[in-house]
Design a protein around this ligand. Structure first.
Ligand code: ZN
Length: 111
């Protein structure tokens, strides 16, 4: 499962940063183009965190909308569909993705 491997990746980032401190919250930024299902990610996290000795660490998701810059008409727009990447103004597929590919741990709350 896609989300499960992502959770292992998250744990791999969190572990060295947390050192031996107790992790309360992991803040994660996810772009819309990552095609992550938030509910699945949160569920997989509950499986992974138990193995990582941070069984009460919460995952906080910050969902970033996808934005494209169109090379045809020059518009920068947010795109609603995460399945097709094209310009909502002129429907050109010649676009550059400006935002939406994020997948990063932005901060940790530790105690
Ligand atoms: Zn366009």
């Amino acid at each position: 499962m896609h989300e499960l491997s992502l959770c292992h990746a998250i744990a791999g980032v969190v572990r060295p940063h947390a050192a031996d401190r107790h992790v309360d919250v992991v803040h994660l930024q996810i772009g819309a183009l990552r095609q992550v299902v938030p509910e699945s990610l949160l569920f997989c996290w509950t499986l992974v965190r138990d193995h990582e000795s941070m069984s009460d660490a919460q995952l906080e998701l910050d969902l970033v909308p996808a934005e494209v810059m169109c090379r045809s008409c020059g518009h920068q727009s947010e795109i609603a569909s995460r399945w097709s990447v094209c310009c909502p103004e002129c429907e050109s597929g010649d676009v550059e993705v400006v935002r939406g590919n994020e997948f990063l741990v932005t901060s940790l709350d530790v105690s």
